[in-house]
Design a protein around this ligand. Structure first.
Ligand code: DX5
Ligand code: ZN
Length: 233
């Protein structure tokens, strides 16, 4: 398999909520490819986290790409306010709406990237029809709702099948073009329990965008932590 460039997205959910702006600056300076912001509604998942105002405060503090993962029902209704609050990509859950295609289209109409997320228990068979309709597929490697949970290795097979489905449809797998240029792969993101042991398994299966919360925020040096994850493959 070709070697992909790996993107590291630290999850600010594991940061200090009393100092969100400083945390965002720290992540940008440490070389994060994107800052992952988890928004939860207490219904789709049993937890409440940040909302649009906190997202806007993060936006003000950094120029880093903001990767907003929404774990809320009726995601369509929140696209506009999240775009106004500074989201660069909005990833919503397949299981949270009947209007998957309309929601993707609306996010794109707002000029932002659209990601589609799948819970660990959702079957791979639901995925292929969307891979050429969105910008990123997020395969949850824990049950969404909380940081610091244990990685679920059974999701690796779904990552592999998703990457294979991309290849079959001719959606770029990444690598080097005949002109020597590095081609970006279609983005397959994993989120939950990602550390130096689980990241290589995910990349081997075909993921190229890694979210990590607890593990990165426990590192004594964020920059070294991010570089370590990027190169542990
Ligand atoms: C969980 C969130 C994750 C979480 C990951 O529902 O979507 O983004 O912050 O955190 P860790 O890396 O601690 O599992
Ligand atoms: Zn997340």
């Amino acid at each position: 398999m070709e070697k992909f460039p790996i993107q590291i997205c630290p999850s600010i959910l594991s940061g200090d909520f009393g100092r969100l702006a400083d945390e965002a600056k720290k992540l940008e300076q440490a070389g994060a490819d994107a800052i992952h912001v988890d928004i939860m509604d207490g219904h789709f998942v049993p937890n409440l986290t940040l909302g649009p105002k906190a997202l806007a405060a993060i936006r003000k503090a950094t120029r880093c790409f903001l990767d907003v993962h929404i774990m809320i029902y009726n995601p369509f209704d929140y696209v506009e306010v999240l775009v106004q609050s500074g989201a660069d990509r909005i990833t919503f859950h397949f299981e949270a709406t009947e209007d998957v295609e309309d929601t993707i289209a609306f996010i794109r109409k707002c000029g932002k990237k659209a990601g589609l997320a799948f819970r660990p228990e959702t079957s791979f068979s639901m995925i292929p029809k969307y891979i050429d309709k969105c910008d990123l597929i997020l395969l949850m490697t824990v049950s969404p709702g909380f940081g610091g949970q244990k990685f679920m290795p059974e999701v690796l097979e779904k990552v592999k099948l998703t990457r294979e489905a991309c290849d079959k449809r001719g959606i770029r797998q990444g690598g080097i073009s005949s002109q020597g240029l590095t081609l970006p792969p279609f983005d397959i993101q994993v989120d939950g329990g990602i550390n130096h042991e689980t990241a290589p398994l995910c990349v081997k299966a075909g993921a190229n965008v890694l979210v990590s919360g607890d593990y990165l925020f426990k590192q004594p040096d964020m920059k070294k932590g991010i570089e370590g994850l990027r190169h542990c493959i």
